[in-house]
Design a protein around this ligand. Structure first.
Ligand SMILES: Cc1cc2nc3c(=O)[nH]c(=O)nc-3n(C[C@H](O)[C@H](O)[C@H](O)COP(=O)(O)OP(=O)(O)OC[C@H]3O[C@@H](n4cnc5c(N)ncnc54)[C@H](O)[C@@H]3O)c2cc1C
Length: 335
């Protein structure tokens, strides 16, 4: 048996942020990831607002040095029209986002967690939850029992711990599914900036990655109550009980939107950092467990409501949203 203050399941952005923050507070951290090394993954486009979070985690310099393609904003296209939405600017100049190769980004974050003193165990998939009197006390991995005061589920959309605990997953949109991939070609006519286009039954997205590569995503909206469209399920989902005795869910495990929300990675980092703060408060400052749990649940639900409102407006204004509203009485608000 092995023990630590904190167990983190999943070494993506949310898990690494939680691990680094917990280590910054001097807590012992064991982090497990199912993969042997970071894998190629979609989701390269990072909003400029991510920079202060990367700085807080001590990885901004490495990210800046990684040579990721930068962009000034996003083209939005509808029919024959297109409009460019810049991120903004200040006295220092234009705000730039990143097109971050996710394998490289995860490598930087994982190395920072290890350099901060976290133990990272790869090829490690959780097998069973350990619990005592309704409290999560750890996990079994490769037949070994690992125990901690807090177990953090950062397994992304798989939400491994949430599923083991059968936590409610509230769906808040019609079924949404995406296909995605990468093309070895430049993205013509868009001045090196990503482009978003609404269609009658969903939307498409293209993002230039540099080196003649372009990432693409196509999302389709399914009929409410009908079978989901083919592809990766990206239906908006909230787990309202995203913290409880001995556990937190961070990143996509707590709440998922489709990628048109455009800041899944930013949300993952924010939730990981907040979770680390709350665990520190409980360990070091005597913050009551119920207070830590309530604070986290409230924050996740408020963030979700804010993003849901924004995205609902985004879809309502689109041909796809209008067609589905007409044909299926779709309101884009289920809760
Ligand atoms: C097609 C697509 C396009 C997207 N585009 C963008 C974008 O442009 N910008 C953006 O900000 N976001 C985008 N997103 C969303 C973004 O990818 C996620 O919000 C973000 O990766 C969530 O981070 P996370 O750390 O919660 O989970 P993940 O990044 O999914 O990391 C989870 C980690 O957990 C590990 N794991 C999984 N199961 C287990 C297990 N049982 N045991 C141990 N480890 C496990 C995995 O190996 C992985 O390392 C996109 C998503 C999709 C699907």
């Amino acid at each position: 048996m092995s023990t630590a203050d904190v167990i983190v399941l999943g070494a993506g952005p949310a898990g690494c942020a939680a691990a680094i923050r917990a280590r910054q507070a001097g807590l012992s951290v064991m982090m497990f990831d199912a993969n042997a090394s970071p894998k190629a993954a979609p989701g390269e486009t990072l909003h400029p607002g991510i920079e202060p979070l990367l700085r807080q985690l001590g990885v901004l310099d490495q990210v800046l040095q990684a040579g990721f393609q930068r962009h000034r904003g996003v083209w939005r296209m509808q029919g024959e029209t297109r409009e460019f939405f810049p991120y903004g600017q200040d006295a220092q100049g234009e705000w730039l986002g990143f097109q971050a190769d996710r394998r490289v980004l995860h490598r930087i974050l994982q190395q920072a967690a290890v350099d901060a003193g976290a133990t990272l165990i790869r090829n490690a998939r959780a097998e069973a939850v350990l619990a005592q009197e309704n409290r999560v006390t750890g996990v079994v991995i490769n037949s070994t029992h690992y125990r901690a005061a807090w177990t953090i589920d950062a397994t992304g959309r798989h939400a491994w711990l949430a599923r083991q605990l059968a936590l409610e997953a509230r769906t808040c949109s019609p079924p949404l599914a995406a296909r995605f991939g990468w093309r070895n070609e430049e993205h013509a006519n868009h001045d090196g900036q990503p482009a978003f286009r609404f269609h009658d039954d969903g939307w498409s997205w293209q993002a230039p990655l540099g080196n003649h590569r372009t990432a693409w995503v196509e999302l389709r909206i399914g009929e409410p109550g009908g079978s989901p469209p083919a592809g990766l399920d990206l239906t908006w989902t909230l787990r309202p009980h995203c913290a409880g005795p001995g556990y937190f869910l961070v990143g996509d495990a707590a709440a998922t939107f489709d990628p048109s929300s455009s800041h899944g990675v930013l949300r993952a980092l924010m939730s990981g950092i907040l979770c680390g703060h709350l665990v520190e408060g409980w360990h070091r400052a005597g913050v009551a467990e119920a207070m830590a749990i309530d604070t986290y649940r409230q924050w996740v639900c408020e963030q979700f409501a804010h993003d849901e409102q924004r995205l609902r407006q985004h879809y309502t204004d689109s041909p796809a949203g209008q067609r589905f509203a007409k044909e299926y009485g779709l309101t884009w608000k289920v809760r």
